[in-house]
Design a protein around this ligand. Sequence first.
Ligand code: AMP
Ligand code: MG
Length: 334
Amino acid sequence: MKKASAFIISILLLVAVLSGCSVGEPYTSEFFAMDTVMKISIHGQNAKEAGLACEREIYRLDALLSTGNPDSEVSKINAMGGGAASADTATILTSALDIFRMTGGAYDATVYPLVSAWGFFSHEYRIPADAELASLLEKTGSEKVSLNDRLVSFDTEGMAIDFGGIAKGYATDRLNQLLRDQGVESALISLGGNVYALGRKTDGSLWNVAVQDPDDPEGYAGILAVSNSTIVTSGGYQRFFEMNGEIFHHIIDPSTGAPSDSGLKSVTIICNNGMLADGLSTALFVMGKEKALEFWRGHSEEFDAVLISDDGVVCVTKGIAHSFTADRDFEVYE
Ligand code: AMP
Ligand code: MG
């Protein structure tokens, strides 16, 4: 009996050594891609293999979608003023156009010329003159983009697309599928501000995902206890510059061409669809609290949200309120 159990333990140890991680240990990895820090933590038997596949997938998507890389497919489409799109790019553009329509233009993938004019791609920050913004606004508007049989075309010369507000959400969906295909049942992935909580922690409890305090990068405004959900945050504090004593952030109001000034500091979306969550986090940030809540009331089956206003007030929509805990008081919207 003793011999048999010693034999079984030896086999288990051998399997653990061969698989590259000890029993119960997650495969964790942190790397830089898509202009942000990515962290993945995967539990279970296929953890390492699945983790490496996730990294390869992220690098593949980065090479396809990055506007910072002149060889990417999106850069080539922008430079040519249109062209053939791969299946991935066509899928993302289809969603981008849907979210544009659904949000009344608050999410608009054609803001590229504006984001660029403010210096967010080159990091050479500047405040464009009103006349410059007015002329650039002529080159934006997703209603001027068509996608037919994977062929992208722009109605106006000088237009360009930027999937910065949605690409990490697409990557999250791809990784979620890839992990499930590999039989992974427990994982937490964080692609910049985009988190996906797959299954539960190995002890069976829910994953705890912090909603960052926009005023304190080290602190958090609350905790969401979730499973099989994506949690995406857009916030003016994530990327900004200061000039003439004013702060200018990276989320552009497509109706003015300037950084949105809607009274919100951050928007967190909780949803099952990563790409939708990512697009909506950007859009609801542009809409501001009142419009965002009105929008949520029309789509409460699809997502929930945590809104943090400039005055620090935290509002949580009803569907997720029972999963949200915070040290401070918060409003619940029904
Ligand atoms: P996110 O962090 O998901 O809110 O995305 C912000 C990024 O999306 C910016 O860095 C820009 O590249 C791009 N962007 C800015 N404003 C918008 C907008 N209104 N709609 C779509 N994309 C935007
Ligand atoms: Mg977004």
